[in-house]
Ligand binder design. Structure first.
Ligand code: SF4
Length: 437
């Protein structure tokens, strides 16, 4: 009987994409997917290292199954890379597989079950990097049947001082544009209508390989017949440029929602974070978006309580939030990550002071987000329908081109289709719409 595997994924969308490739690799190597962890012979945990909380959660989870199960336990992803073979030595896992090698995990596990002695697969040599653009993956569906995440780069060399990613995911590797465009074409031929191009910083696409720049890739993908929407994540403000904005403006099927992580409103803190832009530069990007894209949304990430952040620096972040008026923000209190430059920076604030700053920020941003949603009432919008709403069988949910969540009357035939609506109400952080002609 074939051995069965179960994959549990922590962290970002990149990890979710890698888990899909792991499943493909395991099936190709002759393993079957288990219905749940209880009937699996191989338990794989694809982990995240971005926050220490994410690692503690993953470790607690792995140790809980370790106590009760005789299955082969594999830790993959960023935590595997960071903690390495210590996870095997202390008995937490049987096998560790880093992000470079996780897409070939089927062969790795088959080899180990066949008697291979190596238990740590963590090389970051170029020849050990397993590519992410795989033809067979075009036929597999994401959670949404019409949507596909397409990873266009791996790794990051920006070395923001608080971030572990460059150490665990390694150097920037851009995948060939021809392969990406071909892959998207295959996805669309298979019924996909929405694509999200994914990378730690998509704006740096091609800079390592001399391939076409990101805006040209975006243009080529948006030009593929049958694509209703192209999204892209994430854009570092350092190199988000006018060419990208021009391509967005020229293509109605590219999202109008830009995710531009600001992190702090203080130039001094931005320099300590090694973010390589100033507030003057950030505001000039926002002004250019305002001039070029009449209707658009900006979302962001913000960190409060970075080492050395004074009340004045914090106030500058609040000023930036008031001035930019983000549609949405993902807000965090700083937590140090061992192995990053900021880990050794002296912290002046205690946990409770950071949380107090975070709560004040969240309150301000929530009010702005709500005002921006209320401003959509009575406006015509277009959205792509994602699926049935959890609350009522006659209601469906979707997202507008500004990435706002909407509930509307609908049916199963609407899923993956573009629908015109008029916004009629806001409840919580959700818009409610009616169909229009
Ligand atoms: S751009 Fe900065 S925050 Fe983003 S992954 Fe790279 S180092 Fe981390």
């Amino acid at each position: 009987m074939k051995k069965r595997f179960y994959i549990e994924t922590f962290g970002c969308q990149m990890n979710k994409g890698d888990s899909d490739l792991m499943a493909l690799s395991l099936e190709t190597a002759g393993f079957d997917r288990a219905d749940g962890e209880a009937d699996a012979d191989i338990l794989i945990f694809n982990t995240c290292s971005v926050r220490s909380h994410a690692e503690s959660r993953a470790l607690a989870r792995v140790r809980s199954v370790r106590k009760s199960d005789s299955a082969l336990v594999v830790i993959a992803g960023c935590m595997a890379q960071r903690l390495g073979d210590s996870l095997v030595a202390d008995g937490t896992a049987d096998l560790v597989v880093g992000p470079y090698q996780s897409p070939k995990i089927g062969d790795i596990i088959a080899g180990c079950l066949g008697g291979r002695k190596t238990r740590a697969f963590l090389s970051q040599k170029p020849e050990d990097f397993a590519g992410r653009i795989q033809p067979a993956a075009a036929l597999r569906r994401d959670k949404l049947p019409y949507h596909k995440w397409v990873t266009i780069t791996h790794g990051c060399e920006n070395f923001c001082s608080y971030c572990i990613v460059p150490y665990v995911r390694g150097k920037l590797i851009s995948f060939p544009s021809e392969a990406i465009v071909r892959h998207v074409g295959q996805c669309v031929a298979g019924g996909v209508t929405e694509i999200t191009l994914l990378g730690q910083n998509v704006n740096q696409y091609g800079m390592d390989s001399g391939d076409i720049p990101f805006h040209r890739l975006l243009e080529r993908v948006a030009g593929i017949k049958g694509i209703l929407r192209v999204n892209f994540l994430t854009s570092h403000p350092m190199d988000f440029n006018d060419d990208i904005v021009r391509v967005v403006a020229d293509h109605a099927n590219i999202t109008r929602s830009m995710h531009l992580p600001l992190q702090s409103g203080s130039d001094r803190i931005l320099a300590l974070m090694n973010r390589k832009y100033t507030m003057t530069r950030y505001h000039s990007i926002i002004e250019h978006l305002d001039r070029t894209l009449p209707d658009h949304a900006v979302s962001t990430d913000l960190i409060v309580g970075f080492p050395g952040e004074t009340e004045k620096d914090y106030e500058l972040t609040l000023d930036a939030v008031h001035r930019v008026r983000f549609d949405e923000a993902f807000m965090y209190a700083y937590s140090p990550r061992e192995g990053t430059p900021s880990f050794v920076m002296k912290e002046e604030l205690g946990r409770s002071q950071k949380i107090e700053r975070l709560q004040r920020l969240i309150e301000i941003q929530r009010a702005i987000s709500r005002e921006k949603l209320l401003a959509r009432i009575d406006r015509p919008e277009e959205l792509i329908v994602e699926g049935q709403s959890r609350r009522s069988p006659g209601e469906y949910r979707g997202r507008t081109y500004l990435n706002h969540p909407v509930v509307l009357p609908g049916g199963p035939g609407d899923v993956g289709r573009k629908i015109r609506i008029i916004i009629k109400d806001v409840r919580g952080s959700t818009l409610y719409g009616e169909r229009s002609a």
